[in-house]
Design a binder for this molecule. Structure first.
Ligand code: HEM
Length: 415
């Protein structure tokens, strides 16, 4: 235990804000270790990285989630007491409901709706001087998500609702105004969706019985109780918000295409498999989720470290996706690296690790992949555009990161 690297000074919250996505991997490199102890936000935290770390982190014998997510993150990103904070039977029961609305036919339906939306907005683009892809994507995905889920969305409110959905995501690594904007966005969105849930329950708003809103409104927990209307709204928002968040990956995809034009002709051939390699590489290479937190459930030893019940542990997502033991030349964008990838559940974890049905891994990974593929196909095969001078950089410090300019396109031609 003497050899376990520890950061000696008092609290490293400032360093976390200063170093962002690289906070954990910088220290792993310095200590030449898979594990170190530090203090953030007044708490001792054990940080772990890599495939074996992900494997232990998703072992529910050793870790639970209750108590891991800071209240400020629940008030902005997740919603208070949402699925992300649940364990055991309560988690599994609720997760089953999420999984049941995210089957491959739902993924296909969402991908088709996304294609149609791009086709429709690109008619307007031909008449525009320039468009900002990130802003367009948020609106397209907000329309798609709401229509798919059975949520009523008037044309006049699309922009505002789309901004609110993204503001909740944008708040997760923030202190100060960006955090408060996320909270206000959440309050507005919860009030809007809660009202709709009540109407669906009363029958004053008729929706398809297979729709996500119907499923959420009438879902019963293991004891046979319906969620209170606010909780049902929070969980429905847990489906809508992350679909809008795919806008960030879409913008990174456009950046990747721009910086690696050699892939355009490969993707021109509509090579379906290659679309997937490209989308995987975007999710591996670019920063979005930095790390995840969980609480030690019982004392155990891993990597010679005695984990103690109640301890907070961070699993490094960004670092694992850039771990040189897993990825050759991790800091190069190389979609073809996924050609031989075996679908390992613990070494590629942009949306969490393990089995989504039994653990906390993102249930929306298939949706993310299909929506991204549909969009990439649109960008490569359905339009041509120019990319004017702009700031295409992105930060590894600001969390969440994004392309600074939002990716401006002009001279757009439909093919
Ligand atoms: C959980 C990332 C898209 C729904 C998660 C987790 C991550 C993540 C890192 C946490 C995993 C864990 O706690 O172990 C992402 C990213 C996305 C995305 C980067 C791309 C924009 C989606 C989509 C949906 C979705 C499209 C739904 C349509 C959820 C839900 C959870 C979750 C409900 C909580 C699962 C649980 O606690 O059991 N996501 N996600 N996500 N995601 Fe996603």
């Amino acid at each position: 235990q003497q050899n376990i690297p520890k950061e000696e000074t008092l609290d490293h919250s400032a360093a976390l804000l200063r170093e962002g996505y690289l906070f954990i991997s910088n220290r792993m490199k310095k200590f030449q270790s898979d594990l170190f102890e530090t203090r953030v936000m007044g708490k001792k935290v054990v940080c772990i990285t890599g495939e074996e770390a992900a494997r232990v982190f998703y072992n529910t014998e050793f870790f639970k989630r209750k108590g891991a997510a800071p209240y400020r993150v629940q008030q902005s990103l997740f919603g208070v007491n949402a699925i992300q904070t649940k364990d055991d039977a309560e988690h599994l029961n609720r997760k089953q409901m999420f999984m049941s609305v995210m089957t491959s036919s739902h993924e296909k339906e969402l991908a088709d709706m996304t294609k149609n939306q791009w086709d429709s907005v690109s008619r307007r683009w031909e008449q525009s001087d320039e468009v900002v892809l990130f802003d367009e994507a948020k609106e397209v995905l907000c329309r798609v998500a709401c229509r798919w889920a059975g949520v009523l969305l008037h044309n006049t409110e699309v922009k505002k609702r789309a901004e609110d959905f993204y503001a909740m995501v944008d708040a997760f690594g923030a202190i100060g105004p960006r955090h408060w904007e996320g909270r206000m966005a959440r309050n507005r969105t919860e009030a809007w969706i809660k009202d709709m849930i009540k109407k669906v329950r009363r029958g004053t708003l008729k929706v398809d019985s297979h729709s996500v809103i119907h499923q959420m409104a009438f879902y019963k927990d293991a004891e046979g109780n319906q969620l209170d209307p606010r909780m049902a709204a929070i969980e429905l928002i847990n489906v809508l918000r992350p679909i809008v968040a795919i806008a960030n990956y879409i913008t990174f995809s456009a950046l990747a295409l721009h910086e690696h034009p050699e892939y355009t002709h490969i993707l021109h051939s509509r090579n379906k498999q290659y679309l997937e390699y490209f989308v995987h590489e975007v999710r591996r290479y670019y920063p979005f989720g930095p790390f995840l937190g969980a609480i030690v459930r019982k004392d155990f030893v891993w990597a010679n470290y005695p984990f103690k019940k109640g301890q907070l542990v961070f699993l490094d997502i960004y670092g694992t996706n850039h771990d040189p033991r897993i990825w050759e030349e991790p800091d190069r964008f190389k979609p073809e690296r996924f050609r031989g990838w075996d679908g390992n559940l613990y070494n590629f974890i942009p949306q969490g690790g393990g089995d989504p049905a039994s653990g906390h891994r993102c249930p929306g990974e298939g949706i993310t992949i299909e929506v991204m593929k549909a969009t990439l196909d649109f960008l490569v095969n359905k339009i041509e555009y120019d990319v004017p001078d702009q700031d295409l950089s992105y930060s590894l410090v600001r969390m969440p990161s994004m392309v600074r300019s939002g990716f401006v396109m002009n001279h757009i031609r439909r093919l």
